[in-house]
Design a protein around this ligand. Structure first.
Ligand code: BTN
Length: 266
């Protein structure tokens, strides 16, 4: 990938005043999340985006690796400085996931959101999001890995069934157009959130794969089974367990079949 052409293509499509500037492109890097966290600590501004053609140590949730062949994926992180306590930054991962769904819908696909912030297409994982926060100033680095042009044989052995945009649609996708689309959607969702912190909720809930289903949430060594009833404005999942409703901020969710057997895992 030509670094200059890629960056120019993205920058030319970005909304004025929107997220994605500066845009820092790396041919190969350990992890865009790691790099952007280092830069954030040196004062890099809100909206900075790091994008990589290849990550040698891509990071997934729960200390899992995130692996993608060079040039096949969209691997990027965005720095947000919303001036909120660290405990309230969870919502921005949901906005990021929603921005990807909206971008793909504009291109004719119908992805679904699996709380907290995985994106599924045709029942398989298309995208993962890892948000990491740090610093007294309370910044958030949200990293997104989207399977774009992997061939079917490159999507095996990833720990769970996975899909790419190419495998789903039969055609190759231009990663720079997708990145610009996502950054623009996220910019709009972010400014809507600044005006009214609940505007995104109906958009998210309408695309949720889990709401209305019996689910099992694994949070460290704790397990909670219940009905996924809603997502709250702070991004928490509300789980109805008998007469009690519980708000969860993290965890791995499986959808349960009626007989209580785990049906899907992610
Ligand atoms: C998951 O486990 O589902 C989250 C995966 C997040 C991967 C992305 S790729 C870009 C950014 N940099 C990283 O090291 N991880 C995130």
């Amino acid at each position: 990938m030509n670094k200059h052409a890629f960056s120019q293509n993205v920058l030319a499509q970005l909304l004025p005043q929107g997220l994605g500037r500066p845009l820092l492109f790396y041919e190969s890097i350990e992890s865009t999340n790691l790099k952007l966290k280092e830069l954030a600590l040196t004062g890099q501004p809100h909206g900075t985006c790091c994008v990589a053609n290849f990550q040698s140590a891509g990071r997934g949730r729960m200390q899992r690796p995130w692996v993608a062949p060079p040039g096949s994926s969209l691997l990027f992180s965005i720095l947000l400085r919303p001036n909120l306590p660290l405990s309230q930054l969870f919502v921005f991962s949901a906005l990021a996931a929603l921005s990807i769904c909206l971008t793909l819908e504009e291109r004719g696909l119908h992805p679904q959101l699996k709380w907290p912030n995985d994106i599924y297409l045709q029942g398989r994982k298309l995208c993962g999001i890892l948000s990491e926060s740090a610093g007294a100033g309370g910044f958030l680095v949200t990293g997104m890995g989207i399977n774009v042009n992997q061939e079917a044989h490159q999507l095996t052995n990833l720990g769970q069934p996975a899909i790419s945009l190419k495998a789903a649609s039969g055609q190759a996708w231009r990663r720079e157009d997708l990145l610009a689309g996502i950054l623009n959607q996220l910019s709009m969702l972010y400014s809507d959130w600044q005006r009214d912190s609940k505007l995104w909720l109906p958009l998210y809930q309408a695309r949720s794969w889990l709401l209305g289903k019996q689910v099992l949430v694994q949070d460290g060594n704790r397990q909670f089974a219940g009905l996924a009833v809603a997502v709250r404005a702070d991004g928490a999942l509300l789980l109805q367990m008998g007469k009690e409703t519980m708000a969860l901020n993290h965890g791995d969710v499986s959808v349960l079949a009626i007989d209580g057997q785990a049906k899907t895992k992610g």
